[in-house]
Design a protein around this ligand. Structure first.
Ligand SMILES: *Cc1c(COP(=O)(O)O)cnc(C)c1O
Length: 375
């Protein structure tokens, strides 16, 4: 089975982890700081604060802007649930904005959703494709809102010569096993704001500041959301390879773009010129004629060795959300969910793998082409 995404761990990654395992500090040593400095430098942000997941990093970002009961964030339903879950964890309400057919939040609809309770805009760079940050930042500025970007798919993505991570008030990355680079589990917030960075560090580690000798002081409520030293060592080793990973993913994606260009039964998502995508996912969008065959197509691709997946069931369709916030339907989001299918695209694949994936996709699509859906 070729998974839709997976990690690539090599001997030097393993050696970096083993070195830490043999050292004196498994946690709270120098590697985490070294990894944080390297991430900050790579994305062009002043500060990076790592966490043990992107989920805890999101909670940290929401906590340090003091998101609270009755506050609202405007975000996308086409994301992993953690993006909005962590706002709910603080009592806030996620307001879902419809998307464009590239999977990203439709920035032209954001302003109509702003209320006196709105505190932050939380876009997600779907599949690695950058959201329209210039427009989103302009809206935020006009309405005095914060922008917290969930860039869990987008480490290495960029707009022009600016990397994702340098454009929002805070940007969150994930180092989960299948994300652009991995620490097993892990995440980070990057920011140019020193006060946010300091508060994030307190939130991550019990709210304790060190004083002299044995004395310390707990100044705010915190957690233990720290990354280990061996995870940071793995992250640092992986970060050195990120540009290589990106070039492999982009090479595969460009090959798919060519193989699938002009197809009648499905489309792909174009990355605009002047933008770079980490290509965390390679989504296909089935034409309506294939929507009713999607389950069969999914099952057949899986049985033929392609670990396809669907990203995502709209967050508001989950039982918890329906019970708490009521039924919701956003037109493009619903259409996107019916259309989307992510096919394998990752740094462990060869071009021969990519050829097999493309051949199989084309073959299976043709097979279901004439079944037809009744409208
Ligand atoms: C993976 C992911 C998360 C959660 O990341 P973890 O590191 O697994 O906690 C959050 N948001 C998005 C968009 C993701 O893809």
């Amino acid at each position: 089975m070729i998974p839709y995404s997976t990690q690539l761990i090599e001997e030097d990654d393993i050696a970096a982890v083993v070195e830490i395992l043999k050292s004196s500090h498994l946690t709270q040593g120098a590697k985490v700081e070294e990894f944080e400095e390297a991430i900050a430098r790579y994305v062009g942000a002043r500060y990076c604060v790592t966490f043990n997941s992107a989920t805890s990093a999101l909670l940290g970002a929401y906590a340090v802007v003091e998101l609270k009961e009755n506050d609202e964030i405007i975000t996308t339903p086409i994301s992993f649930v953690a993006t909005s879950n962590m706002a709910i964890a603080l009592g806030a309400k996620p307001v879902f904005c419809d998307i464009k057919m590239d999977g990203n939040i439709d920035e032209s609809l954001i302003e109509s959703l702003i209320t006196p309770q709105t505190r932050a805009l939380v876009p997600v760079d779907f599949a690695g494709k950058p959201v329209a940050m210039e427009a989103i930042n302009a809206i935020a500025k006009d309405h005095n809102l914060l922008v917290i970007e969930d860039a869990s798919h987008a480490l290495g993505s960029g707009i022009g010569n600016q990397k994702i991570g340098s454009l929002a008030d805070m940007t969150v990355f994930s180092f989960h096993a299948i994300k652009p680079i991995t620490t097993g589990e892990g995440g980070a917030v990057v920011t140019n704001d020193e006060a946010f960075a300091q508060k994030l560090k307190l939130f991550r580690s019990h709210g304790i500041i060190k004083k002299q000798l044995w004395n310390s002081d707990m100044v705010s409520l915190g957690h233990n959301f720290r990354l280990t030293e061996f995870a940071a060592a793995l992250g640092l080793s992986q970060l050195h390879k990120l540009d290589h990973f990106l070039s492999t993913r982009n090479k595969i994606a460009r090959y798919y773009d060519e193989r699938f260009a002009g197809h009648k039964l499905f489309t792909t998502i174009t990355i605009d010129s002047g933008e770079q995508s980490a290509r965390h996912l390679y989504p296909l969008l089935l034409s309506p004629a294939l929507h009713c065959a999607k389950e069969d197509i999914f099952a057949e691709l899986q049985s033929r060795g392609l670990g396809v997946q669907v990203h995502y069931k709209p967050i508001y369709q989950n039982s918890f959300y329906k019970e708490r916030f009521g039924e919701q339907r956003l037109a493009n989001t619903e259409h996107f969910y019916k259309s989307e299918l992510s096919i394998p695209c990752h740094q462990k694949m060869s071009m021969e793998n990519a050829r097999i994936v493309a051949d199989t996709v084309l073959d299976v699509m043709e097979k279901y082409a004439y079944r037809g859906c009744s409208f």
